[in-house]
Design a protein around this ligand. Sequence first.
Ligand SMILES: [Zn+2]
Ligand SMILES: [Zn+2]
Length: 377
Amino acid sequence: MKIALIFALSLFYLPSECGEIKIGISYSNPPAKAEISCETKCVSGKNKFSRVIISARGQELIAEYPDRTEKLKKALIESEGKLRISYFKKSRTYYGKIYIEPYKNSLKIINICDLEKYLESVVSAEIRDLKNYEAYKAQAVIARTYTLVNIDRHKKSGFHICDNTHCQLYNGYENISPKAAQAVKETEGEILEYRGRPAWTFYHSICGGVTDSVWEIWPYEKKPYLRSVKDGPPVRPYCRNAPGFLWRTKIKFSKFEKFSQEKIFKAKLPLTGLSVSARTQAGRAKTLKFVSGKYEKTISVIDFYHIAGRYFGWEAIRSAMFDVSFEKFYVVFKGKGHGHGVGLCQHGADAMAELGYDYNQILEHYYKDLKLVRRKL
Ligand SMILES: [Zn+2]
Ligand SMILES: [Zn+2]
């Protein structure tokens, strides 16, 4: 079935001014001081200046301009060109406006930016290693949809979405990929909808041959359109040539046993067995059983992923599609894919594009029963 492209007016998606999105900058680690400078002139109310250093002092901001200093309650800075924000030895450029207010002795920095400009940055950051243009277009639609679905995520903090991976990675208007920018422009306003609302467009890097139904990975997520799909022919999945399609992690037995004592058994018990005790329909490990003689402890692979990631590093267990075995002095995990395995497989999408599928067909392959619509956002 071909996805229909409908043009419709949207009155409910973006609660801010037309097409603008508010992005919390460095919200989880806010600076107490930042310098703002502008490509052309910075404008803030009646003030015009080239740069300003803003710092938080209690409930106030101290603004140091080249020629004077003033106290402010908040600051809204705009410029015709790009604005640069520097803090913590980082320096990034942004379009739109920068809003700053004091928050617990540091700065709450919000970039108010055109949604489509924001997406050019997000798509650039998300798929730097993909080659094919139709895959970029698919990613542009997904990122736009994801943004709308998450629009209320930081409502309490006064912005829509944050700039780190909690929402979507946004580094400002830095290192923009021309393909990403073009893909965003060409798909302007296009989103995926389920029953007239933006859909949850989960995606991941490499599925390893088959994606999983969302409820198999997160039981509380009941999204019928995020169901398992075979990613191409059985022995020739689309993502098979992706770097990291197969992975293998060897961990010294003594180190792994120490891990299981500290984090799993929470007692000094010898590790005598370890196995995958349940799998999803698509074959991902769902639970892991740790054995010490007659004692057993079963944990979900989601929990294991987080505990092991913090202990051994996030690259140790790259996906849940793995087998585990004891080999001489090692515990060996042999796996396929990278990421949670729900929704679109980015490397599979890239390979489909290489084979001549367009972004409609790619989206249709990974998300079931969704409509691609064009909204005026
Ligand atoms: Zn967030
Ligand atoms: Zn795949």
